[in-house]
Write a protein that binds this ligand. Structure first.
Ligand code: PLP
Length: 415
């Protein structure tokens, strides 16, 4: 860091500013986490310099002996951790991993059945503004209006009617477990590939606290930076029969040179994720998310689907008469970072949204427990309501901000 301060004080200041933002507030973005110093060390290493197109032992560049070791370790650790036949840690991101999965199994114009973006799916699951909707023929499925759980009857009906080439299970804002066996059965019935996008929950699978999609899916794509707590990036595990197609779809079809520093950092995170301490963390992530959802329910926010089985909760704010966008802004002013989110059948446009999404991974990494989740829920309630009720709204938010800072400083990020 001393070298950075000397060479570029402006960027050094940004790095320090971000650290104090993390230390002074509460991070509840469900897709974020705080990686370990070991992961950061690998990311900031000389491995960043190396070109290594290809795969270990089969590179298009010389001098790859060291990075080969790093990538082999990453692959082996992913295979061991997820009990998978094949792994590829080269995808630069979750979206890149998904692009590779489409490329491996689909031709342009093929029908892909995936969760509706408006009901919790990801942009890469068929949105027209993404390659997935521009180059493929998306058929969206969703949740039942009464239970807010995935409507498996609808998934099956749509699969039978549209005969998709690929079915995607996985979402960005779905708080419940997925029934991988049901998806497998539907995929088999219509001869479709089953892709599970485990970006959000792979870290809970790694900790053994929720069921694994690996035995059911043809291919599982994931991100390494969410609950899994690795560097920003993507990964893929699959059955051996699809290994060649997926490897080729990553490189050379959709990517060039791999980011060897990131792959080394993924190896570090996968090693960390195989420890008993990590399994304990993963269990606490789920307990904390449940406590947070219950606490927010007590503040008048309705947990979509009645609660959560994972690291995230989606809250419907309509009873409070506050939009998701306003809640995000007010919580932000008090030092609580969360995001507005559409709820299923949301009457509001996505830029406004009727809900918020919260996740427990960062605060769990900081060592907070269920007691702190109850306090955080109260703080969110006070911040979100403050401006509505009090004439001296700014003071109300400032008072919440002081409590937020005190709590965050008791459990410092990167102590
Ligand atoms: N898939 C799902 C379900 C996600 O939630 C996300 C990101 O939030 C992605 C894919 C994309 O990951 P990335 O942002 O690394 O491209």
């Amino acid at each position: 860091f001393a070298a950075l301060e000397k060479a570029d004080p402006e960027i050094a200041e940004v790095v320090l500013g971000e650290l104090s933002r993390l230390r002074g507030g509460l991070q509840l973005i469900a897709s974020e986490n705080l990686t370990s110093p070991a992961v950061l060390a690998a990311l900031g290493s000389t491995l960043s310099n190396k070109y290594a197109e290809g795969y270990p032992g089969r590179r298009y560049y010389g001098g790859c002996d060291q990075v080969d070791v790093a990538e082999e370790l990453a692959i082996q650790r992913a295979k061991d951790l997820f009990d998978a036949e094949h792994a590829n840690l080269q995808p630069h991101s979750g979206a890149s991993a998904n692009l590779a999965a489409y490329a491996a199994f689909c031709e342009p114009g093929d029908v892909v059945l995936a969760m509706d973006l408006k009901q919790g799916g990801h942009l890469t699951h068929g949105s027209k503004v993404s390659f997935s909707g521009a180059w493929f023929e998306p058929v969206p499925y969703g949740v039942r209006e009464d239970t807010e759980l995935i409507d498996y009857d609808q998934v099956r009906d749509l699969a039978l009617a549209h005969q998709p080439r690929m079915i995607i299970a996985g979402a960005t804002a779905y708080p419940r477990l997925l029934d991988f066996a049901a998806f497998r059965q539907i995929a088999d019935e219509v001869g479709a590939i089953l892709m599970v996008d485990a970006a959000h929950f792979i870290g809970l699978v790694a900790g053994g606290v929720i069921p694994s999609p690996v035995p059911h899916a043809d291919v599982v794509t994931f991100t390494t930076h969410k609950v899994l707590r690795g560097p920003r990036g993507g990964g893929i595990v699959c059955r051996e029969q699809h290994a060649k197609a997926l490897d080729r779809a990553v490189f050379p079809f959709t990517q060039g040179g791999p980011l060897m520093h990131a792959i080394a950092a993924k190896a570090v995170a996968l090693r960390e994720a195989s420890t008993p301490e990590y399994a304990d963390y993963a269990a606490r992530v789920v307990r904390n998310a449940t406590a947070l959802a219950e606490g927010l329910a007590a503040q008048g926010m309705r947990p979509v689907s009645g609660g959560t089985d994972t690291h995230l909760a989606l809250l419907d704010l309509r009873e409070l008469g506050i939009t998701g966008a306003d809640a995000e802004a007010r919580a932000g002013k008090a030092g609580i970072t969360l995001n507005k989110n559409a709820i299923p059948f949301d009457p509001a446009p996505p830029s406004v949204a009727s809900g918020i999404r919260v996740g427990s991974a960062c605060v769990t990494t900081q060592g907070m427990g269920e007691r702190e989740m109850t306090v955080i829920a109260e703080l969110i309630g006070a911040a979100v309501r403050g401006e509505n009720e009090a004439a001296e709204a700014a003071d109300a938010v400032a008072a919440v901000g002081d409590r937020v800072r005190a709590l965050a400083e008791n459990f410092p990020a990167y102590p």
